[in-house]
Design a protein. Structure first.
Length: 361
């Protein structure tokens, strides 16, 4: 077997020990006579798995009791639409801070339902910086303010939680959740697709302040109603049990490794190493994001000469470093270095980049 260091942006690499445990439990989970993926979501086995996953995520993120935690389908994109349906009245104003591709997506999802005000937009600057808080044009009666904590494609990350006074903050943490300690009590809603830092694609986590669930929102089917999902303990319909189980294994692994404090340190070291190689390459490699807004999770970079892109990817792959091709919207390269990417993987990439430059620079 030759598992490579996988820099995919999502679905992304998972901890090897988690995959091995899942493998060992695939035929039979915990003497249940069947795999967890074959058992009813309402049976005692899965109820135990689900409850433990929630408990461990609450511990990891220090989620206060006045927040509900949901495990839902539909990906982060579905949550982007459901947020407007659940927390804003028809036609009500909502504020969006757009700092990259995914902020734009979030905005697009709510346009049919609400009056979406773009409070700030980093696009004119090529999404290379977070729009400064004092330039935001917030509405007086907004239902909420939405922002994207980490832009997976553009590689820009908020390093502070913005202050929006009494207006609830709704944040897309798809690509940076559990990467460092976070004061959950500052938010109305935090949501994330799982396929970067939490586990496999197919389940999304929504953390919502319970008092927001009292809002009327808009006419919607029960399956689009967060309140109903909370009441139904994320089992209004058949949940993605295997994905939920795997996410639960990732949470246990994170706790055993030292929790978000430990991952924050590792992630700071990993990203510093990579940006260091880029910044010290004399322009051979280039990251265009303003230093203070650089993402610790997704490092997009360009080679001086585009003609070297193909050889770079080919040689990287031969060296056991895969999925480095940048998103088609930007081109170039992107190294996604979530929690499950070991420091040895980033070191191997750093070494490869320096070596590649020596040979092609
Ligand atoms: N938000 C962010 C920040 C993302 O990175 C992604 C996916 N890459 C999405 C939203 C969309 O997620 P999904 O594909 O789970 O709907």
């Amino acid at each position: 077997m030759s598992r490579a260091f996988n820099f995919s942006a999502g679905p992304a690499t998972l901890p090897e020990s988690v995959l091995l445990q899942a493998q060992s439990e695939l035929l039979e989970w915990n003497n249940a006579g069947a795999s967890i993926v074959e058992l009813s979501h309402r049976g005692p086995e899965f109820i135990q798995v689900a409850a433990e996953a929630e408990r461990n995520l609450r511990t990891l993120m220090s989620i206060p009791d006045d927040y509900a935690v949901l495990f839902l389908q539909g990906g982060a994109t579905a949550q982007q639409a459901l947020i407007a349906l659940n927390f804003a009245d028809p036609g009500q104003t909502v504020d969006y801070v757009v700092s990259g591709h995914w902020g734009k997506t979030a905005l697009k999802q709510v346009k049919p339902y609400v009056n979406a005000n773009v409070a700030a937009n980093g696009e004119p600057g090529g999404f290379r910086d977070i729009p400064a808080r004092d330039t935001w044009n917030l509405s007086k009666d907004a239902a909420y303010v939405h922002y994207t904590a980490n832009e997976t494609i553009h590689g820009v990350e908020f390093r502070d939680i913005p202050d929006t006074g009494d207006v609830p903050l709704v944040a897309d943490f798809s690509s940076s959740i559990v990467s460092e300690p976070l004061d959950v009590s500052r938010f109305g809603v935090i949501y994330a697709g799982a396929q970067k830092n939490l586990g496999p694609v197919g389940v999304s986590v929504v953390i919502v302040k319970r008092e927001l669930l009292e809002r009327a929102g808009q006419p919607r089917a029960e399956i689009f109603d967060y309140r109903a999902h909370v009441k139904g303990e994320s089992m209004l319909n058949t949940p993605p049990t295997y994905n939920w189980y795997l996410a639960g294994l990732v949470f246990k692994w994170m706790l055993a490794e030292g929790g978000v404090e430990e991952f924050a340190k590792r992630n700071a070291r990993k990203s510093a190493l990579l940006y260091g190689v880029i910044d010290n390459s004399g322009g051979f490699y280039r990251n265009e994001v303003v230093v203070g807004a650089r993402s610790r999770m997704n490092v997009p970079f360009f080679l001086k000469d585009e003609a070297l892109d193909k050889p770079f990817l080919k040689e990287a792959e031969a060296a056991g470093l895969i999925s480095l091709k940048g998103h088609r919207a930007l081109g170039g390269m992107r190294a996604s270095i979530y929690n499950a990417m070991p420091e040895a993987g980033v070191q191997a990439l750093a070494n490869f980049m320096q070596d590649f430059q020596k040979r092609h620079g």
